[in-house]
Design a protein around this ligand. Sequence first.
Ligand code: ZN
Length: 349
Amino acid sequence: MFRANASPSSAIATGAPRSVEPMSDVRGRIDRKIVRRALGVQMKRRDNEWIDHRYFRTYSVAARLTAAVSDPYTHLPGVESLTADGDILAFIAPWQSDTLVHKLARWVADDMFLEDTDGPYISKHDLGLGKNRRYLPVDLCLVAYGLSSAPGFEVPPPDGYYENVSTTMKVWRESTNVANACYDYFLNDIRVSQPYEVLLEAIGDEVFHVVFRNRELMFRLNQFLAELVQEIEPEMLTDTPELRKQFTARGDRLRRSKPPARAQRAVFFRDAGLCVICGVDLTGRFNILTAKNFDHIVPLAAGGLNDVTNLQLLCQGCNATKSDSPTGTSRTYPRFVAHPNPKPNAPWK
Ligand SMILES: [Zn+2]
């Protein structure tokens, strides 16, 4: 029942996934149900249980998210809107299926598609529409995900230049005319379209699936958000009483809220049923685990979110020791395959 996962290039070569009716032009109105069906291919279960990975930009978005924890103001352009415009309030409601990582991944992916309009990743493809035609990555991505039957825009012929971005690296930049045409198309046709919204959701799902295992990254992303949560002014919340309710009476932290079963299940399976600090096996106790076993990596007292990306599995002993100290998470993971050399420090032969 699974289709072998097509690489983006082969998916482009074969057009929309089979058994999917041709979609209307990317700029046309598209019924969301049809789009969902296209994304899920034949699998009705896709929406809640399965991801049909395309890996179009999954790892580059993940890499940008990783870079963002060290330098958010470079890698999340407009990040100041989170506190200035109150956009951070979208992160406050507890245990959203649309997690912190989903939201940030969409942000990064959208910014990368915008940057593409300058030229570095515009490339030639033969999609059966003629050789040597140039398309924007976002159009190729929509085709690869079955959200469009053909690119909606052909990039004009190149007349740009190579820019030296370092002593060893040059990047192609389109001329102002070409870049402006790409930019206008992206802004006026792509960004306002429903398929693009669905595409970003799909990328968010894939990125989450790839990076959720990396607890250190989860810790650092949540630490970044926690700093912003602590900067929320009380006046910002007075306009939105339902959000004010999420905070304690003193308003200095989010209320503790029990993780729902789906969040517990996600963390339990990610952490392989083992306490992430001492490694004790909790698999036999799954049915008697309590909320105390699901620890906030960044404590609520430090601005932490009630978000599945901010949880880890701990035995009660380790949880009692960790308490509200912002020690974060451990960097050790059980190997999938035992290392041939049992002594980590033994010299390599
Ligand atoms: Zn433990």
